[in-house]
Design a protein around this ligand. Structure first.
Ligand code: BES
Ligand code: ZN
Ligand code: MN
Length: 498
């Protein structure tokens, strides 16, 4: 799909559809009002006839019959005028783009929804949100359909002065493309996205020269002493991989940010096997790893002034004959021992080795992202990821980055007392802390391996996957976290410079 800036007024845009907004109560936004004037009040008449009231996500379509160069006007509901933010723009753009595609439109032009009304996001943010919303809303995963739906939007236009929006449009495109890459990796079934195939997908990203990718095998893990990762991998015939992606800013003395993603390509639970019902969804247990791989791609393109390393420990968790067993003790690469009480608490084991490795690389900040616990779904449902860490400043930076992306991160406390819950009788710690505060103890176990680094853990188990369509998140993998991680890298770079 091509994305272009259209430097002309909405009434002279040539397209299969031009999209404009309607606020709650039926007030047309300024671009819609311009179109309405050129159409002799036809759009106001649609509102008066009750075709659209301006509720978020509502759509009404007007055929121009040659009265404008655009064949259709698609009106989209924006909700209350005073509450228009970037996220609403993203949602409206997603709904409108999908409505256009469903009707066979190939060229779709988006006006700056809500532009010219008081309040709301500034022009550049609005333009970025438009492109993200439309691109993400148009996403489909059709790799295994013999008869894929061939309707496709080929050209997406943003109707605005290029000087104001060109950079933001390009940024939106890079961010949306990366998010869709993460969705693709996550939607792939586990027989098509093994650790080796995930590593190959990451390695392909190095081809454009802006990222360095290295892939390590079991022998390397043994040399590095990654007993916790190897312990999880034992139960599977598929060999594990440790994926390292590097973006170098080229600045002397630039601080290092490590992004660490859980790359569990299938989580059966291991010997503590999960129930059959819903087990298929555990192909998405590498969503954190996919988010890191995809974020690294976007970071390399947007080139912030800090160094970033992406680490993805990738393995299956299976109950094979050589699988680790409850009660086994493993040693992570920083020397700490872990008693494996429950083999289904495997994410913290592979992340223990990966964050310890990040600390050894000298990372100033370590941010890990993982579908870590079912408990986070109990705490926050599907509306927010949890964030836990050892540095309030970093947690605030994550939340601010999330706000730019329309991704919510809700903080949970890291009180010392929780650590009692995962004391082991025979090892340094055990891998579960019981049912109370399961998301917190899971996080704090990872935190035992970060050394002196500033650290934040993002539990995305409730938000990485949706069963039903949302405005710009079709059912399936959401790509949650990609855009936040990229904004975080840029925010930390700006903070470190200033
Ligand atoms: N991958 C799961 C967590 C998960 C649950 C992800 C639901 C996505 C949706 C994780 O490895 C797991 O099995 N966690 C256990 C931990 C428990 C054994 C301490 C859980 O949450 O039940
Ligand atoms: Zn898991
Ligand atoms: Mn598990």
């Amino acid at each position: 799909m091509r994305v272009a800036v259209e430097e002309r007024p909405p009434v002279s845009v040539e397209a299969d559809a031009v999209v404009a907004g309607v606020f709650k109560g039926g007030e047309l936004d300024p671009p819609a009002a311009e179109l309405d004037a050129a159409l002799g009040g036809a759009l106001k008449a649609l509102v008066a006839a009750g075709e659209i009231r301006g509720e978020p996500g509502e759509i009404a379509i007007y055929h121009t019959d040659g009265r404008l160069p655009a064949r259709r006007v698609i009106l989209v509901g924006l909700g209350p005028a005073g509450k228009l933010d970037g996220e609403r723009v993203r949602q409206a753009a997603g709904s409108a783009a999908r409505a256009a595609r469903d009707r066979g439109c190939r060229r779709v032009a988006l006006t700056l929804l809500g532009e010219g009304s008081p309040g709301g996001p500034e022009v550049a943010e609005r333009a970025r949100a438009l492109v993200e919303g439309a691109w993400l809303g148009l996403y489909r995963f059709q790799a295994y359909k013999s008869k894929p739906d061939e309707k496709a939007v080929e050209e997406l236009g943003v109707v605005a002065p290029a000087a104001d929006v060109a950079a933001a449009v390009e940024e939106g495109r890079v961010l949306a493309e990366a998010t869709c890459l993460a969705r693709d990796l996550t939607n792939e079934p586990s027989n098509r996205m093994t650790p080796r195939l995930l590593a190959e997908a990451a390695a392909r990203l190095a081809e454009d020269g802006r990222l360095e990718v290295e892939v390590f095998d079991e022998r390397w893990m043994e040399q590095e002493g990654m007993g916790a990762l190897l312990g999880v991998a034992r139960g599977s015939q598929e060999p594990p991989r440790f994926i390292v992606l590097r973006y170098r800013s080229g600045r002397a003395g630039a601080p290092l940010l490590a992004l660490v993603g859980k790359g569990l390509t299938f989580d059966s639970g291991g010997i503590c096997i999960k129930p059959a019902e819903g087990m298929d969804e555990m192909k998405m247990d590498m969503a954190g790893g996919a988010a890191v791989i995809a974020a690294m791609r976007a970071i390399a393109r947007l080139a912030p002034a800090l160094d970033v390393v992406g680490l993805v420990p990738a393995t299956e968790n299976m109950p094979g004959g050589r699988a680790q067993k409850p009660g086994d003790v493993v040693r992570a690469c920083n020397g700490k021992t872990i008693e494996v009480i429950n083999t289904d608490a495997e994410g913290r084991l592979i992340l223990a080795d990966a964050v310890a490795y990040a600390a050894r690389l000298g990372a100033r900040w370590i941010v890990d992202i993982a579908t870590l616990t079912g408990a986070v779904v109990i705490a926050l449902g599907h509306q927010a990821a949890a964030v836990i860490g050892n540095d309030e400043g970093l947690i605030d930076a994550v939340r601010a980055a999330g706000a730019l992306a329309g991704e919510r991160f809700w903080p949970l406390p890291a009180y010392e007392e929780y650590k009692e819950q995962y004391k082991s009788n025979i090892a340094d710690l055990k891998n579960v802390g019981g049912r109370p505060a399961g998301t917190i103890t899971g996080a704090l176990i990872i935190g035992e391996f970060v050394g002196e680094a500033s650290w934040a853990h993002l539990d995305i188990a409730g938000v990485a996957w949706h069963d039903k369509d949302l405005p710009y998140r079709p059912a399936g993998a959401t790509g949650f976290g990609v855009r936040t991680l990229v904004h975080l890298a840029r925010g930390l770079a700006a903070g470190a410079a200033g």
